[in-house]
Design a protein around this ligand. Structure first.
Ligand SMILES: [Zn+2]
Length: 311
């Protein structure tokens, strides 16, 4: 090998080594950059996680505060319900009725009256110049001392549960006594839930303690506001009072036409005011206050509603 060849060989080897060196250097450089980026990214992720943890813990605090409040509210409402066994039974009835297939019919129940009457006036029907108290106090059991608004609610809740068991969708204008809802507002509520029928639960009172029996009020044929609902409302009323009296043995006073009841006149669907019995009569009053008898009352009314819908 002469000198020229030696020099040529040297540069060949040096060139290859230089190239390999460059490749290694650039690979190392690229790795280094990547590592740097990743560590930045990791830092970001950690920060985000911390923020999320802080957010979660503040949300957890909020949730706990809410659930504490709910628990307190629940405790308060449990105190209001004096009969805990009854509310437990209601809960289990609800579970049963939730499993029943819907029959597609919607019933709105209005337990008549409330704790305090509201003597402000409202028109007795659409376009009426005559006005009446928004909601009256109702009567009181002469022999039991029960108030009508309490009795109406007790039986209405039983009717609600019975209808749910039979597949009806049921809405209540009220489920407590301490409310302020006028008779027109009750009819408006029935319309808002698109009820097929509007059942208004009441009990009667008379000067004579000898008067007894159940009756149902429906718009008369010449009702100035809802004559169009008369036929169907009278059929509903008759079906209910017949089935109710059959089930309970309470005297059947039949269907009575009405023109001046706000809750009837503001209704837009078949409606009845169901007077379950006379609280001024010893026999009716005593029977209606008995929870076992109330079960029969609810059964009887539900039977009548089934007949109305051809079930
Ligand atoms: Zn009443």
């Amino acid at each position: 090998m002469n000198n020229t060849k030696k020099i040529k060989k040297f540069f060949q080897i040096f060139g290859v080594a230089f190239l390999i060196g460059c490749i290694i250097a650039s690979v190392l450089y690229a790795q280094g950059r990547l590592k740097g980026k990743n560590s930045n990214k990791n830092e970001k992720e950690v920060k985000t996680e911390i923020n999320t943890t802080e957010k979660n813990s503040s949300e957890a605090k909020k949730a706990k505060a809410t659930s504490d409040k709910e628990a307190n509210d629940q405790t308060a409402s449990n105190k209001v319900t004096s009969d805990k066994t009854a509310s437990d039974k209601e809960a289990s009835d609800k579970t049963i009725s939730d499993q029943v297939a819907s029959n597609g019919k919607i019933v709105c129940i209005d337990p008549g009256h409330q704790t305090k009457a509201n003597s402000s006036k409202e028109p007795i029907g659409p376009g009426a110049s005559t006005t009446k108290a928004k909601v009256t106090g109702g009567t009181t059991g002469k022999f039991t001392g029960c108030t009508e608004y309490e009795l109406n609610l007790e039986v209405s809740l039983k009717l609600r549960d019975e209808l749910k068991k039979r597949g009806y969708t049921v809405y209540m204008t009220r489920e407590t006594n301490d409310v302020d809802i006028s008779n027109k507002e009750r009819a408006d509520y029935a319309a808002s839930v698109k009820a097929d029928i509007f059942i208004r639960i009441h009990a009667n009172g008379a000067d004579s303690s000898a008067t007894n029996g159940a009756l149902a009020l429906a718009p008369s044929q010449n009702n100035p506001y809802v004559a169009r609902l008369s036929n169907e409302s009278q059929r509903l009323s008759k079906n209910m009072v017949d089935a109710y009296c059959n089930e309970t043995g309470i005297k059947n006073l039949g269907v009575v036409g009405s023109n001046d009841m706000s809750g009837i006149n503001w209704s837009i669907m078949p409606v009845t005011i169901f007077e379950m019995g006379f609280m001024s009569n010893q026999s009716d009053d005593t029977k209606m206050a008995d929870p076992a008898f109330q079960d029969k009352m609810a059964q009887g009314m539900a039977n009548g509603i089934d007949v109305y819908f051809g079930r």
